[in-house]
Design a protein around this ligand. Structure first.
Ligand SMILES: *Cc1c(COP(=O)(O)O)cnc(C)c1O
Length: 362
């Protein structure tokens, strides 16, 4: 029998969450962002749940090929564009749209021989200072692209640094509006946080990543229940051992936890080699047979301890939900676990380990 740890991908929840994005940004076309293997969900597993999107956006050429291999004939977008000139051949062959964020990418396109003109997304650096042309370079880059026979459409694109937080998007929208004024072409600006918190700026296309995967981009200010999102990934396992502790007993590596009173703990078959974050301290929420409890002591490679003191009916074989959906209607949002580990839901779902057997459920 394999270890009892497994991950479930909830396809109907993916579809539900995309409908939430559409409701928040109506009359706008929707990219489902499926980079990082659909945020750890698996592109092939997630695809049926996300097929209501208008296009798929990602970074990796091999992932773009996988989306085409699934039979998707609609738009596919490379969010970082191509990494070297010969990548453009695949873009021509598979009809991929691609970002253009620097002048080297314009040069490569100008030298590219193709019978099929490309739809490109010209990226403005409106303040994040990651990828994109500066505002004072943007118009000349647009004019160069517009003159190329290799290009037949230019979407205007930027990315927000603070859509989830207090600084918001207004300062970047001012830069975007000024740099793109009077330029023709569709606009693509909003990530999940901007869709949910600033839906009115949605323009022609929005790029929904994390909200599709059932994590609130602005947790803990808001949680998935507030945004009407459902968990799309469950990580669960079972209790494989039970220990009774006397006051003064310690648990796990480093003896970081010491019992103050008699306790019963369960040893769950999941650890950091499964993608569960090691940085969670004692008390990180878990569900045991659907009831909330907490972790005890350090997470080790293959196991972690959970408190069973208030759950006398639980023991060997009890179901432990690390995040996602538990038995019945119980839910443990991935954001709560991420918060306890000092990180964000994105990182936990992307770090689900390859050794965890994963299957889609409907
Ligand atoms: C990842 C990414 C997104 C999606 O961001 P979320 O916060 O997951 O919605 C949108 N646009 C670009 C350019 C990205 O790289």
């Amino acid at each position: 029998m394999p270890r009892p740890v497994e991950a479930l991908i909830h396809r109907e929840a993916l579809a539900h969450n995309l409908r939430r994005a559409r409701a928040a940004a109506p009359d706008t076309r929707l990219w489902a962002v499926v980079k990082a293997n659909a945020y750890g969900h698996g592109i092939e597993r997630a695809y049926p749940g996300l097929a209501g999107a208008d296009g798929f956006a990602l970074l990796d050429l091999a992932e773009a090929e996988r989306v085409r291999a699934l039979g998707w004939r609609g738009p596919v977008l490379l969010l970082e564009g191509v990494f070297e000139p010969r990548d453009l051949e695949l873009c021509s062959r598979l009809g991929l749209q691609h970002a253009v964020h620097c002048s080297a990418q314009v040069d490569w396109l100008a030298a590219h021989k193709t019978g099929r003109a490309h739809h490109v997304h010209l990226k403005l650096n409106s303040g994040m200072n990651r990828l994109g042309f500066r505002p004072d370079e943007f118009r000349s880059a647009w004019a160069r692209l517009a003159a190329l026979p290799q290009v037949d459409a230019i979407t205007l694109m930027t990315h927000f640094s603070d859509a989830d937080g207090a600084r918001g998007i207004a300062h970047q929208m001012t830069v975007f509006d000024a740099a793109t004024r009077d330029l023709p072409g569709e606009r693509s600006v909003a990530n999940s946080a901007a869709i949910l918190r600033h839906g009115a700026v949605a323009f022609d296309w929005v790029r929904a990543g994390i909200l599709g995967y059932g994590s609130a981009p602005d947790f803990p200010e808001h949680d998935i229940a507030y945004w009407g999102l459902l968990p799309t990934m469950t990580l669960r396992t079972r209790v494989i051992g039970v220990q009774s502790l006397a006051p003064g007993d310690t648990v796990g590596y480093g003896s970081t936890f010491r019992a103050e009173r008699p306790m019963r703990i369960g040893i769950a078959a999941c650890g950091y080699a499964d993608g569960y974050p090691r940085h969670c301290g004692t008390g990180t929420p878990v569900l045991v047979d659907g009831t909330r409890s907490g972790t005890v002591g350090r997470v080790s490679m293959d196991m972690l301890a959970v408190d069973l003191s208030a759950l006398p009916q639980s023991g060997i074989g009890s179901e432990v939900t690390l995040w996602g959906r538990g038995p019945g209607t119980s839910v443990l949002p991935i954001d709560e676990v991420a918060h306890a580990a000092g990180t964000i839901g994105y990182e936990l779902m992307c770090a689900l380990a390859p050794r965890v057997p994963t299957r889609a459920v409907d």
